[in-house]
Design a protein around this ligand. Structure first.
Ligand code: NIG
Ligand code: FE
Length: 411
């Protein structure tokens, strides 16, 4: 079915095809047409322009978007949306003074989530995850990356990855899967960490890759978790099976994660609370996307990522939610935009570029999502009535989405 959207107050994020990511000072620009139309054919953006040249709407499904903005659906490139249970008990422990790392050392944190996940059957895990996926879609997310990493054993990791595959098959959203068995050491491997890395490389990776269950290889590269030498082994093994890296780096310490990610040609390095000059220089040498997860810094009460320093160095910045039960139990992109603007001092245009075109790039989807361009898929947000896009992060805590179109169809 063709759909014509008319009288769009502002059609935002118009980019020439082939514009794969936006970096540096260009991030403060969000090219737009005021008083615009857009025609969707076969699920893709067929054409668009100013209302003065609007095609005849007779016989075409028409949406009147008077007073509303139209912009690309959010591309959330880092989530752990498949999980079994909340961890609100640990939330209270942290309020009372325990740190995220202390909770992890006591066997809570990721290990707590792994115990719950391994005890849950796949059907229940799928149902819960599906509900979460539609909840974030109501807030405008149209493409999303989801990680394993709460199994920490072959069966548990496969269960998570199969749930992700079913979400891909049964919903209209674009989903990428990352294999994150290297998220924490299971208790039985605490005294023999090398054996767990061996297990991932020799036993898990061949099955995961053989069944085509993952698009990326992920590692939590961090002191107390997986160090640089282990990360190097894991990333090299991932590449051997055709899985490029997208890794957790520099969340809690200057761990060398950024440098090892760039060295191994990671698609992205994510978190980046701890970024100094050496990390910036390393990022400048490669094509790895820096992905900031300020929702986790907010929820853990940590210092925020130095977005200004990264953008002012001429680099791109991507933002993602990190939706997970421990460090960020929210997949709400509009709220993420508010945090990015108020705490990281990103401008609304920079923040929106970071979750649209750069979010698509961090999932290797920029050729078909993340901007308004002829031929791209019509994954579009039609907003509530508002004057301009700055209102989205300004109106914090509220949802700006009036309608979400995925491949031109209303969700
Ligand atoms: O991205 N930092 C590592 N992993 C997740 C959180 C995992 C958890 O606490 O369950 C993150 O913050
Ligand atoms: Fe994460």
């Amino acid at each position: 079915m063709d759909t014509l959207i008319t009288h769009i107050h502002r059609l935002c994020q118009i980019r020439p095809a082939g514009n794969e990511h936006i970096a540096g000072s260009a991030m403060d620009d969000l090219p737009e047409i005021e008083n615009a139309w857009l025609l969707v054919k076969g699920g893709r953006i067929d054409s668009f322009g100013a209302m003065a040249d609007c095609p005849d709407s007779a016989g075409i499904n028409t949406i009147n978007a008077t007073g509303r903005l139209v912009l690309p659906a959010w591309c959330d490139s880092h989530t752990h949306l498949v999980f079994a249970a909340p961890r609100d008990g640990e939330f209270v422990d942290r309020i009372r003074g325990l740190s995220y790392e202390e909770i992890a050392r006591r066997g809570g944190g990721i290990l707590n989530s792994a115990a719950r996940l391994n005890a849950m059957d796949e059907a229940e895990l799928y149902d819960q995850s599906l509900e979460r996926l539609y909840r974030v879609a109501r807030q405008g997310t149209g493409a999303i990356e989801i990680k394993s990493g709460y199994g920490l054993c072959l069966q548990g990791e496969l269960k998570m990855l199969r749930v992700i595959r079913r979400l891909k098959e049964n919903t209209p959203f674009t989903i990428k899967a990352s294999f994150l068995a290297a998220h924490a050491y299971p208790p039985e491997y605490r005294q023999n960490k090398t054996a767990y890395v061996d297990l991932i490389i020799n036993e898990m990776l061949p099955v995961v890759a053989g069944e085509g269950l993952a698009d990326y290889m992920d590692v939590f590269c961090e002191e107390g978790f997986f160090g640089v030498p282990e990360t190097e082994r894991l990333l090299a093994a991932g590449w051997k099976y055709g899985l490029p890296p997208k890794i957790h780096a520099n969340q809690l310490h200057y761990s060398g994660g950024v440098q090892v990610g760039v060295k191994h040609k990671a698609i992205s390095v994510d978190h980046l609370e701890c970024v100094g000059d050496a990390e910036i220089e390393s990022l400048k040498m490669g094509n790895t996307m820096p992905v900031l997860l300020p929702g986790a810094a907010f929820f853990l009460g940590m210092h925020y990522q130095p977005a200004r320093k990264i953008i002012d160095a001429g680099l791109p910045v991507c933002l993602a939610t990190d939706y997970n039960p421990g460090s960020c139990p929210s997949g709400n992109v509009p709220l993420l935009l508010s945090i990015a603007c108020t705490q990281l001092k990103m401008t609304p245009n920079e923040a929106i570029n970071a979750v649209t075109v750069n979010g698509a790039a961090a999932m290797e989807l920029a050729h078909e999502l993340g901007s308004v361009a002829v031929g791209k898929r019509a994954n579009l947000i039609i907003t509530n009535k508002m004057e301009n896009q700055s209102y989205i992060p300004y109106d914090y805590g509220n949802c700006p989405v009036h309608q979400l179109l995925i491949d031109g169809k209303q969700i």
